[in-house]
Design a binder for this molecule. Structure first.
Ligand SMILES: Nc1nc2c(c(=O)[nH]1)N[C@H]1C(S)=C(S)[C@@H](COP(=O)(O)OP(=O)(O)OC[C@H]3O[C@@H](n4cnc5c(=O)[nH]c(N)nc54)[C@H](O)[C@@H]3O)O[C@H]1N2
Ligand SMILES: Nc1nc2c(c(=O)[nH]1)N[C@H]1C(S)=C(S)[C@@H](COP(=O)(O)OP(=O)(O)OC[C@H]3O[C@@H](n4cnc5c(=O)[nH]c(N)nc54)[C@H](O)[C@@H]3O)O[C@H]1N2
Ligand code: SF4
Ligand SMILES: [Mo]
Length: 884
């Protein structure tokens, strides 16, 4: 009998419930939990592929010191003694913790307690600085607390949903599915997408505003000026529950219409239409994510949005409110425990002496941090200049994800003592660790996470502990005990930590703080184990509500919200040397630095290479050819990626995904190019507006290979590796001439000497095609050309698992295309059923003119639904082409 465990997806902030089934043979399958209120059974492509990412390949299984296997006692003793020494000699601010929104709340709570209460430093920051900190700063300015007022249901209840700086279809896919289903049921519902690029999300929009980079402050300030003189204004709400409207209105109304047009880059008609639809629709939700947060004006963007909701009183009522979409599974939990350098535990403020005193009394701690610690970018600067001498990195990969990543890498490499807790042995960050601590991963670890709508769900273990891996909270508590704090870190299990966290949230609260889960302060381990998902607030006396602020009740001292008078920021960073704007973000099927999604062949099939989206006219001016290689350069570094020429991109901008790193590609860490420019209030990096220049890379040989063995020792100018069924796929390019491709295959694709190739080299063009077999099995196939290689890639990959008994047909592989009657499926669109673009086009030609019809014919889009937007785009494209 398979065992079933209800747990939570470890990827995005939607926080979907999943059921993991483990059968007697040890194999795992993962399905959506129909009872979970975030997803009601739905999953996206990443959630559906979870079972493919939990193997032990590449796992860090034992503690290491100096690259050698060690044991827990030695490793923990060393960490505790080094941290203690540095603190004794240089003070508490000479150590730092850099943690993650992918920790569980219990891990995070212990990390924060140790740093702020027992070491007495504010130097704990997190990758949430790169993710949510502008939202946190904006919420605190407006509401007096870091509160998300609404719920997911509001997106379904609204008559107007504005998505700004959010690629919901790819980044919060299940929420997108809920929204898209609501729009199907109520076609009158309007969706406005605000994004400089045309994304898969903009495809369901009634209105897509292709705003200029960072034009959002101007747009929402213009909107405030408009609604203030329209019937939409709610003077009662403003009068009863807010302060500062006059100043905000004065600032907004001083901006001319021409300035608005210029700063937003939008046509006047679109701007008017947007203002009109906001004015006339009461039920409006404005969702925002990284296009808002990751900006040098991120906090002002958040407040400009909130201003409009306060001015109309459209907040905290069904279908109304500003809604910050959180990225990571536990971005919210991290905020609840105070994991940011400028926060204290349980939504208390580090600047507030009463709060500091309260937390210190609750913890009975010897000290309490007196001031905010260093925010991520400053923290790594302090590592670089030697102020920080001991650093513990946990559940994040800063060498890939921090701006100015080469400088961050150099800082970590030069730091006298670096501890890294991770689940993988080899990442771009782990290679610089003095001490490596093996952590439990998803499916093994045990605790809670909070999603974007304040819902706390359990992550439960269903796998056995691999090697000597241990929970992150345990590692921290062990070090704390070894530093002398025995009783405060005597936790036996995550339930005990959660209960303490819940008790602190209620401690001397009495309704003065938003975050109160006192109802769970007495939870025993059994109750914790079976705890169903619940939304906060959940105070001990009951009386919790799902939404905040419909009747005011803000958390500033006077219980009023604040309007913020924002100024228009400088937005254009380009210059004659760096004339283009680099925008970075995500793709559908990869998660961050690919340490988990990169293990799945299915997920790697959707987009297998790093790329730069470039507008066709920019491409012509730059001399960039479609599928050629380009180098992006800023004063901070360079990266090389494939050119994807598309009119979905605006002129003057390029988009590059953040995911690729040294484990999967040659020089594609885009954060090496990103400047460390931050929002002055939140400290969040402006990862979406970076001045760069681009040039085409002159290539001698373009190559594509499929290989059973993992390609190794690659030293060519460009390569990108992706997992495939039965082996690996490799895209690469060389700038210098290579003659001996058979030797190259032996050196890099693990081809044994006795395996003879079949194939040819065309002396005139240099085109080369080689295939190596072992009996009836294909070991590797290589395709080289002077142009980007034209090969039926999906078909070529399928040959890795096909049988090649028929010797004559082996030449089909060298030809690089399937024989008659075996069509090439084309690039994968639907990862659940492995359906390619050519198959979808075939079905459309055969008369399937809707997503549903394509689904009936090919199954595509009928499981997780993440590809439905793309299928719709392909249908639209085919029908438009046919009509011409
Ligand atoms: N598939 C996938 N899903 C994920 C993740 C992942 O790695 N992969 N990561 C998760 C995490 S941690 C996060 S934080 C979220 C992020 O989720 P999102 O914020 O939705 O994702 P991004 O792609 O970073 O950026 C969103 C959009 O902002 C746009 N943008 C850029 N500049 C501007 C601007 O000035 N104004 C406006 N209005 N828009 C702009 C970009 O073009 C981009 O399409 O995704 C979560 N979900
Ligand atoms: N240019 C650019 N840069 C960006 C962004 C962008 O849009 N553009 N987005 C930013 C945002 S929003 C985010 S959230 C960050 C994300 O960036 P990171 O946090 O650096 O990315 P991840 O790949 O999620 O890193 C998680 C690490 O923790 C490990 N891990 C997984 N589970 C566990 C666990 O349970 N315990 C421990 N100890 N380790 C574990 C993984 O193997 C991996 O090494 O990137 C930021 N950087
Ligand atoms: S939307 Fe996808 S990635 Fe996000 S929690 Fe749900 S299943 Fe996981
Ligand atoms: Mo994020």
């Amino acid at each position: 009998m398979p065992t079933e465990t209800k747990t939570t997806c470890p990827y995005c902030g939607v926080g979907c419930g999943v059921i993991a089934k483990l059968d007697d043979s040890g194999s795992v399958s993962v399905t959506g939990d129909p009872d979970h209120p975030a997803n009601f059974g739905r999953l996206c492509s990443k959630g559906s592929a979870l079972a493919e990412t939990i193997d032990l390949d590449g796992r860090l299984l034992y503690p290491e010191i100096g690259g050698e296997r060690s044991n827990w006692n030695a490793a923990l003793d060393l960490v505790a003694s080094k941290f203690s020494e540095v603190i004794a000699e240089h003070g508490p601010d000479a150590v730092a913790f850099y943690v993650s929104g992918q920790l569980l709340t219990e891990d995070y709570y212990v990390a924060n307690k140790l740093t702020k209460g027992f070491i007495g430093s504010g130097n704990i920051d997190t990758n949430s600085r790169l993710c949510m900190s502008s939202s946190v700063a904006g919420h605190r300015r407006a509401f007096g607390s870091d509160t998300v007022p609404g719920t997911y249901e509001d997106l379904e209840l609204a008559d107007l949903v504005i998505l700004t700086g959010s690629n919901l279809a790819w980044c919060h896919p299940v929420l997108y599915q809920r929204l898209s289903a609501a729009k199907t049921t109520r076609p009158g519902m309007k969706i406005v997408v605000i994004d400089p690029r045309r994304t898969m999300t903009s495809d369901i929009a009634d209105l897509h505003l292709a705003i200029r980079p960072d034009g959002d402050v101007a747009l929402f300030t213009g909107l405030l000026a408009h609604i203030a003189t329209s019937p939409a204004i709610d003077q009662n709400y403003i009068g009863a529950h807010t302060a500062g409207f006059g100043e905000a209105f004065a600032a907004a109304s001083s901006i001319s219409w021409d300035t608005l047009l210029e700063r937003t880059g939008l046509p006047a008609m679109q701007l008017r239409e947007f203002f009109r639809v906001f004015e006339t629709t009461e039920r409006v939700v404005t969702c925002y994510s990284q296009g808002v947060n990751q900006s040098s004006s991120g906090t002002d963007k958040v407040n400009a949005i909130i201003n409009c909701h306060l001015a109309t009183g459209r907040i905290g009522r069904p279908g109304m409110g500003p809604f910050s979409l959180t990225g990571q599974p536990n971005a919210m939990g991290g905020r609840e425990v105070g994991g940011l350098a400028n926060m204290l535990a349980a939504h208390m403020a580090i600047e507030n002496a009463d709060d500091r005193d309260r937390v210190q009394r609750f913890w009975s701690s010897p000290v309490i941090a007196q001031k905010p610690g260093l925010k991520a970018v400053d923290m790594f600067r302090a590592v670089a200049d030697g102020r920080i001498k001991a650093l513990w990195i946990m559940a994040t990969n800063p060498v890939v994800s921090m701006p100015d990543a080469n400088a961050v890498e150099a800082a970590i490499a030069a730091c006298p003592f670096v501890v890294v807790s991770d689940v993988l042995r080899e990442t771009d960050t782990t290679r610089h660790a003095d001490v490596l601590l093996p952590s439990l991963g998803w499916g093994e670890k045990d605790g809670t996470v909070t999603n974007s709508e304040r819902r706390i769900s359990r992550q439960r273990p269903f796998l056995t502990t691999p090697g000597e891996a241990k929970p992150d909270w345990w590692q921290l508590a062990q070090v704390a005990r070894r530093m002398g704090h025995t009783s405060a870190f005597g936790f036996e299990n995550p339930a005990a930590i959660f209960a303490e966290h819940a008790a602190l949230s209620a401690f001397e609260n009495g309704g003065t703080r938003d975050f109160d889960i006192g109802a769970h302060a007495d939870l025993d381990p059994d109750a914790y184990d079976s705890q169903p998902p619940f939304q906060w607030p959940a105070p001990s006396g009951g009386g919790n509500t799902a939404r905040f602020f419909s009747q005011g009740g803000f958390f500033h001292g006077d219980r009023r919200a604040r309007f913020i008078a924002v100024e228009l920021p400088e937005t254009d960073r380009t210059s004659s040397d760096y004339p283009l704007t680099l925008n970075t973000g995500r793709i559908r099927d990869q998660w961050h630095t690919m340490t988990r999604t990169g293990k799945s062949a299915r997920l790697s099939a959707h987009i297998a290479e790093p790329f730069a989206e470039i507008h066709p006219r920019d491409a012509i001016e730059l001399g960039v050819r479609s599928a050629g290689l380009v180098q992006l350069e800023s004063p901070h570094g360079t990266a090389v990626v494939r050119a994807l020429v598309t009119d979905r991109q605006a002129r003057g901008s390029v988009f590059v995904p953040m995911h690729w790193n040294d484990q999967f590609a040659a020089r594609s860490r885009i954060d090496a190019v990103v400047a460390p420019v931050v929002d002055p209030l939140s400290g969040q990096p402006a990862s979406k507006n970076v001045a760069v220049k681009i040039q085409p890379v002159k290539v001698q040989h373009y190559g594509f290979a499929v290989s059973v063995e993992k390609p190794d020792g690659l030293d060519c100018d460009y390569w990108a590796l992706a997992k495939a069924d039965g082996g690996w796929r490799l895209e690469f390019a060389a700038c210098d001439s290579i003659q001996d491709w058979t030797g190259w295959c032996r050196a890099h694709l693990g081809i044994p000497m006795e395996a003879e190739p079949i194939g040819y080299t065309d002396g005139a063009t240099g085109e080369t095609r080689l295939a190596f077999f072992d009996g009836s099995r294909l070991l590797a196939a290589l395709f080289i050309a002077a142009e980007p290689v034209a090969v039926a890639r999906t078909w070529a990959i399928q040959q890795l698992v096909a049988s090649h008994d028929d010797l004559r047909k082996r030449f089909a592989i060298v030809a690089g295309r399937p024989g008659a009657g075996k069509p090439d499926p084309g690039a994968t669109v639907c990862s659940c059923f492995g359906v390619g673009v050519n198959q979808i086009i075939g079905a459309i030609r055969g008369g399937c003119h809707s997503v549903e019809a394509v689904g009936r014919e090919l199954n595509a889009g009928t499981n997780c639904g993440s590809c439905r937007a793309e299928i719709r785009t392909i249908i639209d494209g085919c029908l438009a082409a046919a009509a011409e």
